[in-house]
Design a protein around this ligand. Structure first.
Ligand SMILES: [Fe+2]
Ligand SMILES: [Fe+2]
Length: 206
């Protein structure tokens, strides 16, 4: 195992019960808010999977793990990504926060032994989405936006929930468009977000 991941694995005794282990690991690394957020996203993802006929257990697992890289501080994210041999895009080098989705995938895969590619993919694109998102990608992306990790009610929430009545794509597009409309103020526009916007726009404009 990569030494960085091995150090995480050795930071505590893993019980094998995923939700307990995620919760404990986040507390060991002093991220209690992320632990709460992860539990809420896990529950929301499970709920969306039930509504849309997806894999409820897998959605819940992806939700619990999506922000597990919070244990790595922002200032260490690019060096950590290099150590993990993660492909770092120029936009991620400029704004390291957005590489946390790829680092979460690596931790889920190697520390938590997740082998289900649909779970790993959904974790990896939960911030930006991507072109041709799977149902699981959409479920975890939307669950994270419904249960956002900032104070107050998300400004896009009512519209997102209304569009979700039609489809996961239309729900996801509300948030993508919300970001798109402020893209000139964003520190960077991730290429996967552009891909997601261009893929979803013709399907969701009405
Ligand atoms: Fe995140
Ligand atoms: Fe999140």
């Amino acid at each position: 195992m990569n030494p960085l991941l091995l150090a995480i694995r050795q930071a505590m005794v893993f019980s094998g019960q995923l939700e307990n282990d995620v919760n404990r690991l986040l507390h060991v690394y002093h991220c209690p808010k992320t632990a709460e957020h992860s539990a809420r996203v896990g529950a929301e993802a499970e709920k969306l999977a039930a509504i849309f006929g997806g894999d409820k257990a897998a959605a819940r697992t992806a939700g619990w793990l999506h922000d597990i890289s919070a244990i790595i501080p922002n200032s260490e994210r690019i060096p950590s990504a290099e150590k993990l041999e993660i492909d770092i895009l120029p936009e991620e080098a400029m704004f390291p926060m957005i590489i946390h989705q790829k680092i979460s995938r690596a931790i889920a895969q190697d520390v938590f032994q997740i082998r289900d590619q649909t779970i790993l993919s959904a974790i990896e694109c939960h911030t930006t989405l991507k072109s041709h998102p799977s149902q699981m990608d959409l479920i975890v992306f939307i669950a994270d936006k419904i249960e956002w990790d900032q104070p107050g009610k998300p400004p896009y929430l009512d519209e997102l929930l209304a569009e979700l009545e039609y489809s996961l794509e239309r729900g996801a597009f509300v948030y993508i468009e919300y970001l798109w409309n402020q893209r000139n103020q964003l520190k960077v526009v991730h290429p996967w977000l552009i891909d997601a916007y261009e893929y979803l726009k013709p399907k969701c404009m009405h």
